[in-house]
Write a protein that binds this ligand. Structure first.
Ligand code: ATP
Ligand code: MG
Length: 414
């Protein structure tokens, strides 16, 4: 029997209307339905949930027959996505408890799991005790089958079951452990240390598209700096970002900056972090393979830098192009030339490239001054802008005094 906790801090006004209506409609069709996972955990920790997940004994097809705008997703385990305008409620069906009925590979990695079970079986299939808490809306009670409440109070992240087995089933759980520990300021089970090297290797088996989703959750949820701080001390950092120095100051600064932007409700894009994480590798390759800084070669070097990362985390094209464009503008922002200033200022990536320059400027006086110059320029009136541009030393159109190779792409590093 689960523990039933009615003395808790969850108020009905904290709950999401759409999730509530999904639960109520499932009840009306005589199904069981609960709020589950991150939303219950976060509410109990007085943190605003990112999203609300529902779990039920209705199968995904039954869920689809009740809600009009429903899509069934997930290859390993099918889940119903019920859409309400821009909001999506994930409705999962109770998973079965018999892990030996689940299809795994030789290492124990779960490949397919399409048999459904009871709420209790479902609880034991979740990853961490604090993620296996169910909220019964009608009774206003939290149901705890696995000791999650106790761990929550002790601020402890604990795997349900044997960590080695749970990590073998799904190594991404190690990344999730770091993310939740960082987000909630919980302690990680010290035993996880022993599995770091193995998990780092095993992340190679995970589809790179899934790792991109995980990358977004880790670094674009508002607590990326704390996640990075934990991750960079482990071999997982090298496994995810093989060409990034875990001690890079630029990366640490960018993570903090991203968190601040999210807190201030400013827009953020994964493309910017991609540019940051790979910048030093790009620079090193450029110094080695293109000492004369030829534009056409730089284009290839940028592509190579990105291609190495793509083998680990699938970066959608629009974000890798974004990163390349931010890199491209760096030379133009640093080597000021009167003829190029207006074009750079009106480039669609100017704002991101300028922010990137300012981050670089945190550890480099000259770059910091360049950042200040562009800062003044972009907010100045036209007359002042013209004066600033006039005052720049007039040189050859190419700062290195060479003609542009006309065959090279104009848009990159030219
Ligand atoms: P958040 O949404 O705040 O990132 P969450 O805990 O809700 O955190 P989701 O990825 O939305 O995370 O998953 C919802 C729930 O599904 C989790 O709380 C957990 O119970 C279960 N779950 C998700 N991924 C796994 C996994 N890889 N292994 C086992 N259970 C999982
Ligand atoms: Mg969630």
């Amino acid at each position: 029997m689960p523990k039933r906790i009615t003395d808790h801090n969850i108020k009905s006004s904290d709950l999401d209307d759409n999730a509530l209506s999904v639960v109520a409609d499932l009840h009306a069709h005589d199904f069981e339905a609960y709020l589950v996972g991150g939303c219950v955990r976060d509410l109990l920790c007085s943190v605003k949930p990112k999203d609300f997940d529902v779990t039920t004994n209705a199968t995904p097809e039954q869920v689809r027959s009740i809600f009009r705008r429903t899509r069934i997703v997930g290859r390993r385990f099918p889940i119903a996505h019920v859409r309400f305008g821009r909001e999506l409620i994930e409705v999962s069906t109770f998973r079965q408890g018999m892990i030996d009925q689940v299809e795994t590979n030789e290492q124990g990695l779960i490949l397919k799991d399409r048999v459904f079970g009871t709420i209790e079986e479902d609880a034991f299939r979740r990853d961490f005790t604090i993620n296996a808490l169910y909220y019964d809306i009608r009774a206003e009670a939290v149901l705890d089958f696995v000791g999650g409440i106790e761990d929550l109070q002790a601020k402890r992240l604990r795997f349900i079951g044997v960590p080695a087995e749970r990590l073998a089933e799904d190594p991404v759980r190690m990344l999730r452990a770091m993310r939740f520990a960082a987000k909630l300021n919980f302690t990680l089970d010290p035993v996880l240390e022993d599995f770091m090297d193995d998990t780092a290797d095993r992340l190679e088996e995970i589809p790179s598209a899934r790792l991109f989703d995980e990358f977004l959750k880790m670094f674009l949820s508002g607590y990326g700096e704390a996640v990075w701080h934990l991750l960079k001390e482990t071999p997982l950092a090298r496994s995810l970002f093989p060409s990034c120095d875990p001690d890079s100051q630029l990366v640490a600064d960018a993570m903090r900056n991203t968190d601040e932007r999210i807190a201030n409700e400013q827009p953020v894009t994964p493309g910017f972090l991609v540019a940051v994480l790979l910048w030093e590798d790009f620079q090193a390759r450029r110094a080695l393979d293109n000492p004369e800084n030829k534009p056409a070669l730089n284009y290839d070097i940028a592509m190579d830098t990105l291609a190495v990362q793509q083998q680990h985390i699938a970066i959608p094209r629009r974000f890798s192009i974004f990163a390349r464009e931010v890199w491209q503008l760096q030379d133009r922002l640093v080597n000021l030339h009167p003829r190029h200033v207006q074009r750079v200022l009106h480039h669609k990536r100017f704002r991101a490239a300028f922010d990137f320059l300012c981050l670089r400027g945190k550890t480099d006086k000259i770059l910091e001054q360049r950042g200040e110059w562009w800062h003044t320029l972009q907010f100045a009136e036209t007359a002042i802008q013209n004066k600033m541009i006039d005052e720049l030393p007039k040189g050859h159109s190419n700062p290195r005094g060479k003609r542009r190779d006309r065959k090279s792409p104009r848009t990159l590093f030219s």
